[in-house]
Design a binder for this molecule. Structure first.
Ligand SMILES: [Fe+2]
Ligand SMILES: [Fe+2]
Length: 331
């Protein structure tokens, strides 16, 4: 999935005069389009912001498996089950690339997971909504992975090397995710009246939570400026949201479904749609832990972590044994 841009940076951007010599050289490298690598010098805030952003992103990939995993055993055909399984496994892989990318900044995966479980690190608000019918799996692929792509494609050019390389690989897989979701929506929308109604219901419930995925509106997003100067963030939340709406509305029309927004209108002057903002109170409530599924999601993650402890310990013990054996042979 992806990182929701909430509180991912410091508020004020230093002017060149306020920067130290080292900071100026660092900024110059970023401005020249160079990648920053793990062993390079970097400002503390750059490191912290990236750990928070990549960590949130990794958690989102992993927690994002839960709403879809819910439907693996109930997929309508063997083919759909195989596709969904592959998709959910991809999300686990995305989590792994991203945890590895974050680890290059000097934090361990265990520490990040501990922080997630303690509520000190976030994941994307979208995964706190339930998946109530099979069309929800279509809507998630189409809208949620679609929003993720919108957000992640520019991040392929982000300044931190390991993050940028992880994004390149992830984006390739996200396109497949979106296609499989839209394919489900096409089948449902062209199916029986009941199936079409399910598709419409899924769009109704996932539309606004998908718009929220881009984070609060630019007016409220005080942390953006520094992240943009550091090329940790490439576009503003509102720019990406607009792009997403402009891309998605014709797709909904093609399906014969109605976007649940009475104010939605093409605006010739701006060359894009005017649309209603999501309910930001709901968004902040979900972030605070009060969404429909926050507690379930955390409970499932903590249980999976605890149930897997024996395996992680076994793997470590095996690794140590092998290392000891190698030492002996070398001696
Ligand atoms: Fe993903
Ligand atoms: Fe995905």
């Amino acid at each position: 999935m992806y990182a929701q841009m909430v509180k991912t940076g410091v508020s004020a951007v230093k002017t060149r005069e306020e920067m130290s010599e080292q900071e100026r050289a660092f900024q110059a490298r970023i401005d020249a389009g160079e990648k920053i690598e793990p062993k390079d010098w970097m400002p503390d805030e750059y490191r912290k912001t990236l750990i928070r952003q990549i960590g949130q992103h990794a958690h989102s990939e992993v927690v994002g498996q839960l709403p879809e995993g819910n439907w693996i055993t109930r997929a309508p055909t063997l083919e759909r089950k195989a596709i969904l399984l592959a998709k959910v496994q991809d999300e686990a892989g995305h989590g792994l690339y991203l945890y590895c990318a974050a680890e290059t900044l000097g934090i361990s995966r265990d520490e990040m997971i501990e922080m997630l479980h303690a509520g000190k690190m976030k994941y994307s608000s979208i995964f706190n909504y339930p998946t109530l019918n099979w069309a929800d799996i279509g809507a998630i692929g189409w809208l949620v992975d679609g929003a993720a792509i919108m957000n992640q494609v520019p991040l392929q050019r982000t300044s931190y090397g390991p993050y940028s390389r992880a994004m390149i690989r992830i984006c390739k897989e996200e396109s497949f995710h979106q296609r499989q979701g839209y394919d489900i929506m096409m089948k449902m929308a062209a199916g029986s009246p009941e199936q079409k109604a399910m598709a419409q219901d899924a769009l109704n419930r996932f539309w606004y939570p998908s718009l929220m995925m881009f984070g609060p509106s630019d007016k409220e997003s005080v942390h953006s400026a520094q992240s943009m100067a550091w090329k940790i963030k490439i576009n503003t939340n509102d720019e990406l949201r607009q792009k997403f709406v402009d891309q998605t509305v014709p797709q909904a029309e093609y399906l014969g479904l109605k976007v649940p927004d009475e104010a939605l209108r093409w605006n010739e002057d701006k060359g894009g749609y005017d649309f209603s903002e999501p309910d930001w109170n709901e968004f902040f409530e979900v972030l605070r832990g009060n969404g429909p599924c926050n507690r379930d999601r955390m409970r499932a993650r903590v249980k999976a972590w605890e149930d897997g402890a024996w395996f992680r310990e076994g793997l470590l013990a095996h690794g140590e044994k092998r290392a000891a054996r190698r030492l002996k042979t070398a001696a």
